[in-house]
Design a protein around this ligand. Structure first.
Ligand code: AMP
Ligand code: MG
Length: 415
């Protein structure tokens, strides 16, 4: 049996980030930038008002108060998007809206709440200090300024900044396209009634969801029966994707053909018994440059193996740090026995109880019981050597969903 960490290292050694591509700005959420982005001009491009009010010469408002307002003549009105036609001369003011160009001569904006109009006269009830409510040209970013660094992960604010910098597309590591193929002669499409001896294929959809939580694009290739020739043909047909995920057929059963086919058509192929429960059988190899995972068929095992091995690989492929789901500490609310001699990943419900986290194992820990995953939001990591974990003991939990604001692998999931 191989340790989780060793299998993961072997896999990551065979993953390279995808080559950068030009990506439309609107599709960059979650991607890693492959270039430095600089502003093509000042942001904001011109000196403008931060508030609705009156553009004035600050000296004209000196000493003004409610009791003794300064009186200025209204020279013009400047809405946003218009160029002022006059200079604000001593003794005059221009009514101005937020974002409008500050007229020449003015050096401050008195907010509308501190002024009043009587005919063509503006009453200023307070002083406007020099520079007050004035946004300088380039105060956010000067022309040519570095706004985003190569290697940054694009969040919504970075998308806005790409637009502010004058760009409609950027160089970024594109979203991996991940093909998903279920193997098993017993499987039928979810839309069909199973019939005798058959079951519905649920793994492809669980995997598609997981792939999306990594910011990658899933492509469902359907089902292939346990026939070496057909599996081989399906494998070869999947070339051209960035990654291929197979489920089923990697155990040691007589009809487990994925292992054999992958070893024959792939390179660097490995078939492991990983020291973990669930998720023991695992195959990995390369088809040309495409990484291929042979994941276990059981609906829980396939998801667990994804979290342990595929998520880090997909992140690495997208140019990100190859992290598995985050691990938090919690108090065990229940008891666990582990006689497997493997790391036992116990599906659990993690809740916050008065500033502390409690993890309660959910009902039904069999690797075929998908409802246990539906009930759970994390996996308690029980070390291989721990045979018994007592109630109240400190445990570590891999979170796959957010708990009351705690982060999880899918918490900040990109589009
Ligand atoms: P295998 O790894 O092929 O031996 O499959 C282990 C168990 O998982 C068997 O009970 C299969 O019927 C079941 N299984 C395999 N693939 C799927 C799938 N795509 N959807 C649901 N169950 C599956
Ligand atoms: Mg099978």
């Amino acid at each position: 049996m191989i340790l989780i960490g060793r299998a993961r290292r072997y896999i990551l050694n065979h993953i390279t980030p995808l080559p950068a591509a030009t990506v439309p700005a609107g599709e960059t959420l979650g991607l890693v930038l492959a270039e430095d982005v600089r502003a093509d001009g000042d942001v904001p491009p011109f000196r403008n008002s931060a508030m609705d009010g009156y553009a004035v010469r600050s000296a004209d408002t000196r000493g003004a108060s409610r009791a003794r307002p300064a009186l200025l003549r209204l020279a013009e009105v400047v809405p946003a998007g218009k160029t002022p036609s006059r200079t604000v001369r001593p003794g005059t003011a221009a009514k101005i809206m937020t974002g409008a160009v500050l007229p020449r001569g003015a050096d401050a904006v008195l907010i509308v709440e501190r002024a009043a109009e009587r005919g063509r006269t503006v009453l200023c009830f307070a002083e406007a200090r020099r520079g007050e409510n004035v946004r300088r040209a380039g105060e956010d970013i000067p022309r040519g300024g570095l706004v985003l660094r190569r290697g940054a992960v694009v969040r919504p604010q970075e998308m806005g900044m790409i637009a502010a910098a004058g760009r409609t597309a950027v160089r970024a590591v594109p979203r991996p396209r991940v093909a998903i193929l279920a193997t098993g002669s017993e499987l039928v499409r979810p839309g069909r009634a199973p019939g005798p001896g058959r079951i519905r294929n649920c793994n492809n959809l669980s995997l598609a969801g997981l792939v999306r939580t990594c910011g990658a694009d899933p492509v469902d290739l359907g089902i292939v029966p346990d026939d070496p020739a057909l599996v081989r043909r399906a494998l070869l047909a999947a070339r051209g994707f960035d990654m291929l995920l197979l489920s089923g057929g990697v155990s040691v059963g007589e009809y487990d053909v994925v292992r054999r086919v992958l070893s024959r058509v792939g390179t660097a192929a490995r078939v492991w018994q990983v020291r973990v429960k669930p998720g023991k059988p695992l195959a990995f190899g390369l088809l040309g440059r495409m990484p291929v995972f042979g994941l276990p068929g059981n609906p829980v095992s396939v998801m667990v193996s994804f979290e342990l091995f595929v998520r880090p690989a997909l992140l690495a492929m997208a140019g990100r740090r190859p992290r598995a789901a985050p691990v938090v500490g919690a108090a065990l609310d229940g008891r666990i026995e582990n006689d497997s001699g493997r790391v036992f990943l116990v599906r659990a419900r993690v809740t916050r109880a008065g500033g502390r986290l409690a993890a309660r194992p959910v009902r039904g820990q069999g690797s075929g019981i998908l409802m246990s995953m539906v009930r759970a939001n994390g996996l308690i990591v029980v070390p291989a050597r721990a045979r018994r974990v007592r109630r109240g003991a400190a445990v570590r939990v891999m979170l796959f969903d957010p708990v009351d604001g705690l982060p999880s692998a899918r918490g900040g999931r990109p589009a």
